[in-house]
Design a protein around this ligand. Structure first.
Ligand code: TXA
Ligand code: MG
Length: 313
């Protein structure tokens, strides 16, 4: 019975996409706001719903590497990373394939396209039912923390969606790692994520940094992922009136949210955005955040925190 209900929801969501409507979609990283990548009017509705600047391109989600090759041009590096990490939280920015179906607006007019094969079973089932590339930015309003629960996604952009699939809390909790692989250029890390720099470099060699390069990484502005309260980083002793995002054993108290009492970075990543939201709901004078180690997944967590605090341009 439960499976049939999910099946009916999926078919309704696929039909909504085909009709040019928007759908809230769970993925393993964060919830997305999905549309048919080939339909410029549906894609325009995404930019509208998010309040997103149109120069910031979207990620096309497909249900496998064959579908990815139909919209993007793969080199050896891309083949290697796709084989290692798809389905999963890795996005590749590649030259767009001529005749591919991702519309110009979705790519912000660029001659590149961002593509990923998500791992979440509901995302995969929707992609299979729909049968074409689906663009899905994080389902937050532009500049706000990405939603990692069904309820948070609905609170952000649910009013613009014809359907909202529930996949439970996101297991990764941070948006996908984004790597650009363009002809004649070194591989570039555009956005750190849970597929770490070290995991990628072990397969394709050193990654160049893309920081501050607005043209290559159009969506990476300062004050991204920001709650309403100001955010203070590397705080070991919060002030009265502040909410506190702790990390590691020992911290407790009324306005304390421990990202991981055991100091586990994967757990901290999964909790980060929902705890930022929960802390923000207390309307504190500021959200103070404990120091987070920067190795491995810590690079992505610290990237999002620095943007929440407005520290990265
Ligand atoms: O985990 C994720 O990637 C989630 C889930 C829903 O799949 N989606 C997501 O989408 O985070 P969004 O739109 O919030 O972030 C996409 C990022 C932006 O920083 C955007 O600028 C970058 O990817 N991007 C997209 N296309 C690009 C391109 N052609 N060149 C460079 N950067 C691109
Ligand atoms: Mg986003």
């Amino acid at each position: 019975m439960g499976a049939e209900i999910v099946g009916a929801d999926l078919l309704a969501a696929a039909a909504a996409l085909a009709a040019g409507r928007l759908v809230i979609l769970p993925t393993e990283t964060v919830y997305g706001l999905a549309a048919d990548a080939a339909d410029p009017r549906a894609v325009a509705a995404i930019f509208e719903a998010k309040g997103r600047p149109r120069f910031n391109p979207l990620i096309a989600h497909v249900d496998g590497v064959d579908a990815a090759r139909r919209i993007a041009v793969f080199d050896d590096r891309a083949e290697t990373l796709a084989a290692a990490f798809w389905p999963g939280p890795l996005t590749l920015v590649l030259p767009v394939r001529e005749g591919g179906s991702v519309c110009d607006l979705a790519r912000a007019g660029l001659d590149t396209v961002a593509v990923r094969v998500p791992g979440h079973p509901i995302a995969r089932a929707l992609l299979a039912a729909f049968g074409g590339p689906v663009v899905a930015p994080s389902a937050n309003r532009s500049g706000r923390p990405s939603p990692t629960t069904h309820a948070d996604a609905i609170a952000e952009t649910g009013a613009s969606a014809a359907a909202a699939l529930d996949g439970g809390p996101c297991t990764v909790g941070l948006e996908s790692t984004v790597v650009a692989l363009l002809p004649g250029e070194p591989a570039r890390l555009l956005r750190p994520g849970s597929v770490t720099r070290a995991q990628i470099e072990a397969l394709i060699g050193p990654l160049a940094q893309a920081q501050g390069d607005a043209k290559r990484s159009p969506g990476r502005m300062a004050l991204h992922y920001a709650p309403d309260a100001p955010v203070r980083l590397n705080v070991t002793a919060p002030e009265p009136g502040e909410a506190y995002l702790a990390f590691g054993p020992g911290a407790a108290g009324e306005a304390v949210f421990n990202l991981s009492a055991t100091g586990d970075l994967a757990e901290a990543a999964a909790n980060l955005f929902s705890y930022l939201r929960a802390a923000d709901r207390l309307k504190p004078s500021a959200i103070a955040v404990a120091p987070i180690p920067s190795e491995g997944l810590g690079e992505a967590i610290n990237d999002r925190l620095a943007r929440a605090a407005g520290h990265i341009g």
